[in-house]
Design a protein around this ligand. Structure first.
Ligand SMILES: [Fe+2]
Ligand SMILES: [Fe+2]
Length: 159
């Protein structure tokens, strides 16, 4: 099954209010072709990184609602699609596209997990299992992407 089909099926399985609008946006944007940051810097990198983040986060996450993991992991870097320049920021832009453009219903934990996916637990306004899992899974996927490219992220070079 293609990455695109897997992502759409997973999102649809959440039955979340607004999720069909999100799927429509993904299908009619460059979500499935755009590259993602520096770590999955190739055509389709965003979709690969989204799915990889979910696969990593799902390991040992039995207490975290699956629909929350699916939504947060698959949509955390929605900010990388083109258009929607009226929304600023990284995590903020991702939640704005999902919530304001698509009407996706997020609970507070999910909103924070996407908005602050770049920050470690103690640097976020909350410190929940979902937020920590999304943060760590995103980092692991990013590092895996860098290593696949034969690079060490500069954050680690200077440690
Ligand atoms: Fe990100
Ligand atoms: Fe990411």
């Amino acid at each position: 099954m293609s990455t695109k089909t897997q992502i759409i099926d997973l999102l649809r399985s959440t039955n979340r209010e607004g999720i069909e609008n999100v799927i429509n946006l993904l299908e009619n944007s460059d979500f499935f072709s755009v590259r993602c940051h520096s770590h999955h810097r190739y055509t389709g990198g965003m979709a690969d990184h989204a799915l990889e983040t979910l696969e990593i986060a799902r390991k040992g996450s039995h207490d975290i609602p699956q629909d929350s993991l699916i939504i947060c992991c698959l949509l955390h870097d929605l900010c990388d699609i083109h258009g929607y320049r009226q929304y600023k920021g990284h995590g903020q832009r991702s939640v704005d596209i999902a919530v304001k453009e698509c009407g996706l219903k997020l609970n507070e934990d999910e909103w924070n997990a996407i908005r602050y996916h770049m920050r470690r637990g103690e640097k976020r306004p909350d410190n929940t299992a979902l937020g920590n899992k999304v943060y760590m899974a995103d980092k692991i996927s990013a590092m895996t992407g860098w290593l696949r490219r034969g690079q060490i992220p500069k954050d680690f070079v200077n440690l």
